[in-house]
Design a protein around this ligand. Structure first.
Ligand SMILES: Nc1ncnc2c1ncn2[C@@H]1O[C@H](COP(=O)(O)OP(=O)(O)O)[C@@H](O)[C@H]1O
Ligand SMILES: [Mg+2]
Length: 363
C-alpha cells in the first residue's frame, strides 16, 4: 500500500529550474490533484515521483523505502497520459490485457483481470473494437483500464482528460474517482483545470512557478485559501485593496479608495496594515439597507449563469466586482445599487509586496 514522500526534491536543467526544492507526502489511498497553470512544474513533479526522471536534489520514498535510484519499470505504478497511447492494431481487449500478457500470467488470470478492468470503465461491450472505432473518451477509458490491469497501487494521471470534449470530461471525472476509490488506489492526477481538480480529488496541491504554494481539501481551498493566488486561481474572487484604519475588539475597519469602509474579522491584523480584501461573487449581495457592510455602486453588466446571474458592479471605490444574484431578480443595467459584504466569509490578506496584479499572475 503506497505512501509516497518527496523530500526536498528539485529538478534543474542548466539554468532552468523546472521544480524548485519541494516536499510533499501523499497518503495511502489518497486521491491528490496537482493543480497549476501551464509550465508551473506539474509534469516534472510527477516524473520525479514516478521515477521517469531522477531529481537533481532530494529523495523519493515509497512506504518509507528510498526508491530515488529505482528505475520506473521496477516501480509498481500505472500511468495515464494526456495523449492516449493505445496500440492501434490491437483491439480493446488486447490493449487492456497487454500488461498481464507481457508478464506471462496464466490465461485464466489474464481473462479475469481483463474482464474486471474493462467492466470497471464500462467498456466490456466494446472489447472487440479497435481504437480507431472508438471515441476519444472511450479510448481514454481503455488506456485507464490498461493502467489498472497491471495491478499497480499507484495511479499517475497527467492531464488525462485535457484532450476530451467537455461533456465526456465530466463523465470521466466520475468514472476516475469511482475506480480509484473502489480499488483502494493511491492516485496523483495532474490538471490545469481547477474544477476538475476540485471534483475528483480528496486534496488539491496548488503549484505556481515551480513551487507548491498550498494544499488542502477542495472545500478549504475554496472557502479559506491561504493566499491571493489560490483565491483567484480556484473559483472567482473579487479583490479590494485598502488599509486597516482602526481595530475595535474582534473587528478591523478597512478603508478603501474614496473613504469607504468595511468591517472584517481583526484576526492577525494591526492598525495601518495595507491589506487585500477578497470576496467570492456569492459572498456579496445587493441590499436595500444603507447601513452595515455596504459600498454603493452601479451595475455595468450582467452574465446569465443558469440558476444565478452574475452582475458586474462598479463600486464607488472604483473597483469592479462580480456579484451573484438569483436569476429571477430583474435588474436594469446602469442602475445604482448597494453592495453588502458578508463579513463571516470575507478573506483578508496582507497586501503582496510585489503588488496584487503581480501576485495573481499565472507565470
Ligand atoms: N527537458 C526539459 N528541459 C528544459 N526545461 C524543461 C524540460 N522539461 C520541462 N522544462 C521546463 O520546466 C518547466 C516546468 O515544466 P512542466 O513540468 O512540463 O510544466 P507543467 O506540466 O506544469 O505544464 C517549464 O518551464 C518547462 O519549460
Ligand atoms: Mg504538464
Amino acid at each position: 500500500m503506497p505512501r509516497i514522500e518527496a523530500l526536498d526534491v528539485a529538478k534543474r536543467f542548466g539554468r532552468i529550474t523546472a521544480l524548485d526544492t519541494t516536499s510533499l507526502t501523499i497518503e495511502d489511498r489518497e486521491y491528490v490533484a496537482v493543480l497549476g497553470p501551464s509550465g508551473c512544474g506539474k509534469t516534472t513533479l510527477i516524473k520525479l515521483l514516478s521515477g521517469i526522471w531522477q531529481p537533481s536534489e532530494g529523495r523519493i520514498l515509497v512506504d518509507g523505502r528510498d526508491v530515488t535510484a529505482l528505475p520506473v519499470e521496477d516501480r509498481d505504478l500505472g500511468y495515464v497520459f494526456q495523449n492516449i497511447v493505445l496500440f492501434p492494431h490491437m483491439d480493446v481487449w488486447t490493449n487492456a490485457t497487454y500488461g498481464p500478457w507481457v508478464h506471462a500470467r496464466h490465461k485464466e488470470d489474464v481473462d479475469h483481470v481483463g474482464t474486471e478492468v474493462l467492466d470497471l470503465v464500462d467498456m466490456l461491450g466494446e472489447r472487440g473494437l479497435f481504437p480507431s472505432e472508438l471515441s476519444t473518451g472511450s479510448q481514454q477509458k481503455v488506456a485507464l483500464a490498461r493502467a489498472l490491469a497491471n495491478r499497480a497501487k499507484l495511479l499517475i494521471l497527467d492531464e488525462p482528460l485535457s484532450g476530451l470534449d467537455a461533456r465526456v470530461r465530466l463523465d470521466l471525472r466520475y468514472a476516475l474517482r469511482r475506480v480509484v476509490k473502489d480499488l483502494g488506489l493511491t492516485a496523483i492526477h495532474v490538471t490545469h483545470d481547477q474544477e476538475e481538480a476540485m471534483s475528483v480529488a480528496d486534496r488539491v496541491v496548488v503549484m505556481r512557478k515551480g513551487r507548491i504554494i498550498e494544499s488542502g481539501p477542495p472545500e478549504t481551498l475554496y472557502d479559506r485559501p491561504k493566499g491571493v493566488f489560490t483565491a483567484n486561481f480556484i473559483g472567482e474572487s473579487n479583490f479590494l485593496e485598502g488599509a486597516v484604519r482602526r481595530i475595535r475588539a474582534d473587528w478591523a475597519f478597512v478603508e478603501f479608495r474614496s473613504g469607504y469602509i468595511l468591517r472584517v474579522p481583526a484576526k492577525g491584523l494591526l492598525e495601518g496594515d495595507p491589506v487585500v480584501v477578497a470576496a467570492r461573487p456569492e459572498w456579496i449581495a445587493l441590499t436595500k439597507e444603507g447601513f452595515g457592510n455596504v459600498i454603493p455602486g452601479r451595475v455595468e453588466g450582467r452574465v446569465f449563469l443558469g440558476a444565478t446571474q452574475r452582475l458586474q458592479v462598479r463600486l464607488f471605490t472604483s473597483d469592479l466586482v462580480s456579484v451573484d444574484v438569483p436569476a429571477s431578480q430583474s435588474l436594469n443595467t446602469a442602475r445604482d445599487v448597494l453592495v453588502s459584504f458578508h463579513e463571516a466569509n470575507i478573506l483578508v490578506y496582507p497586501r503582496p509586496y510585489e503588488g496584487l496584479q503581480e501576485a495573481l499572475k499565472l507565470e
